[in-house]
Design a protein around this ligand. Structure first.
Ligand SMILES: N[C@@H](CCC(=O)N[C@@H](CS)C(=O)NCC(=O)O)C(=O)O
Length: 202
């Protein structure tokens, strides 16, 4: 039995990011697929949001804190560059993805397309140019280096992947074809065992 537990339903992109990082680091863990804002979830996180994480009696909420902790507390390949500039680039992408890409692609496209929220066509229409702008920024980076923070995979790639995976299951997946470096990066990520093992049941 493992003393590491990841709490939260697997469709959440934030849960999947932590799931992938645990697998990449080779950490044994258990999963409790609680839905957000339930009594079960509030018992493990003061926000009631997913994910939450425990390692023994040490508890965390906020996925960014979790993935940095997992990378630093466990053996396995380092997922943060040691070079300070590359690490800053990784943090830049994580901030950008969490602040803008998640809200545009997940809140303003995926949740409508998956019928998790009632369709708001005006919001969805307004999300298309924002999505193109965000994909263009990612394209510019991934045209120069194979991963967001350079030659090595980093936490930033695991923050981005689950969002583009969900976008890829909507009609707006067609937008991705105009961004070949982003598409090639997504395809290369899909060859990793952590991606297959963390795929949410659809
Ligand atoms: N900043 C948080 C965001 C977590 C989050 O927003 N999770 C969503 C699911 S993807 C959630 O629990 N939503 C329910 C709600 O906001 O009430 C993190 O990185 O862990």
């Amino acid at each position: 039995m493992s003393d590491v537990t990841l709490y939260g339903f697997p469709l959440s992109t934030y849960v999947r990011t932590v799931h992938m990082v645990l697998i990449e680091k080779g950490v044994d863990f258990e999963q409790q697929p609680y839905a957000p804002n339930t009594d079960e979830m509030r018992a493990v996180s003061p926000t009631g949001k997913v994910p939450a994480f425990s390692h023994g009696d040490f508890m965390l909420f906020e996925s960014l804190a979790m993935i940095k902790y997992i990378d630093e507390a466990f053996n396995g390949p380092a997922l943060q560059p040691t070079d300070v500039k590359k690490r800053a680039i990784m943090n830049q992408w994580i901030s950008y993805i969490n602040a803008y890409v998640f809200s545009t692609m997940v809140h303003e496209i995926v949740l409508f397309r998956f019928e998790i929220r009632p369709m708001d066509q005006a919001t969805l229409d307004a999300a298309i140019p924002k999505t193109k702008e965000q994909l263009a920024l990612l394209e510019a980076s991934l045209s120069n280096t194979p991963y967001l923070a350079g030659d090595q995979i980093s936490l930033a790639d695991f923050v981005l992947y689950p969002i583009l995976a969900l976008l890829g299951m909507t009609p707006e997946a067609s937008l991705l074809t105009a961004y070949p470096a982003v598409s090639a990066w997504k395809k290369s990520m899909e060859e990793r065992a952590s991606i297959t093992a963390s795929a949410p049941p659809m």
